[in-house]
Design a protein around this ligand. Structure first.
Ligand code: RRO
Length: 307
């Protein structure tokens, strides 16, 4: 790591040692795996989205590899109260910011969870309004419509003072209008993007879809150009920080995402491609790129792809 480069950054007053954030859904169910991600070099970690009640999620298989990506139909599996208790343990044991991702079936659920999180005090909270895998049960995600997204934000902000990020879906015709609506409703930041699609893979031997739910959200390198475009578009219309997530695999990907307008970058599916060293590899590559190109601070890169 270059001595001339300072990788630390700040998101809504929360200090990160480097801009890589473990994205929700990976290593995020137990305090010990979250802690491990920090030991492996994550600047902050996000828990797997929690909800009010225990949910099994969809039955196996819930993940399958596709060209340049991963399909998942996990289906919002969570432990109910136990997940809140595990978050408390994580906050005690982890020496880095912990972001509490959560979802609701109703607007009121989001308010109730925000009330509970206000007592637990994670560093940041992240409202997941964009899971692509529960449409049959939950209906369209709240993130698909500006007014529904805005209501959720108002409900949360009425119940919690912890800085709120809202995780958006790319699966909309105009992500700018959703981003504007959530920022105007009081969101302190935006996480973009959740998985794309959903997509499908068919096993040609059995002539059946592989995933138990037939389809699932696409993540990984295949979605990076979509994530970059979404973050670029969102940066143009809001003044709040953006956690840019989607297909980040190398330090150059991270630089690209920062240039599009992200303040920090989410890292998830890459763990499957480059293993547990991913955080270290990405930060080292980012550091070398910055050093070679005369950038001394992460914020020197943020949004510079804009005119
Ligand atoms: O659990 C999932 O199926 C899931 C969630 Br909550 C999400 O936000 N995004 C995703 O691709 N899968």
């Amino acid at each position: 790591m270059s001595a001339k480069v300072d990788l630390s950054c700040e998101v809504c007053g929360v200090e990160l040692a480097n801009p890589t954030i473990l994205a929700s859904g990976f290593l995020g169910v137990t305090a010990s795996t979250l802690k491990r991600a920090v030991e492996l070099g994550a600047g902050a970690v996000t828990i797997k989205s929690i909800g009010l009640e225990r949910r099994e999620g969809h039955k196996e298989p819930v993940v399958c590899e596709v060209q340049s990506g991963l399909l998942n139909c996990v289906g919002l599996s969570t432990q109910g109260q136990e997940a809140f208790d595990e978050l408390k343990v994580a906050l005690k044991e982890i020496d880095a910011p912990v972001i509490a991702s959560f979802y609701g079936k109703t607007t009121e659920d989001y308010g109730e969870i925000a009330r509970r999180l206000e007592e637990i005090k994670p560093s940041l909270i992240e409202a997941n309004i964009s899971c692509p895998n529960v449409k049959d049960e939950f209906g369209l995600p709240f993130g698909a419509k500006a007014d529904a997204a805005s209501q959720v934000v108002k409900e949360i902000k009425g119940n919690s003072k912890i800085p709120l990020f809202v995780k958006l879906t790319p699966n909309v015709p105009d992500i700018k209008s959703i981003a504007k609506a959530v920022a105007e409703a009081g969101a302190d930041g935006i996480t973009a993007i959740n998985s794309v699609g959903p997509g499908m893979k068919i096993n040609v031997e059995s002539a059946k879809p592989i995933l138990s739910n037939n389809s699932g959200g696409l993540s990984g390198p295949a979605i990076k150009p979509i994530a970059i475009r979404c973050v670029y578009d969102i940066f143009d219309v809001v003044d709040v920080p953006i956690i840019g997530t989607g297909g980040i695999t190398t330090g150059l990907d991270a630089a690209e995402m920062l240039m599009a307008g992200a303040t920090a970058v989410g890292v998830g599916t890459v763990l499957m491609y480059r293993g547990l060293d991913s955080f270290k590899l990405i930060t080292e590559e980012l550091s070398s790129f910055m050093d070679e190109n005369g950038y001394s601070k992460v914020k020197d890169l943020v949004g510079i792809a804009h005119g």
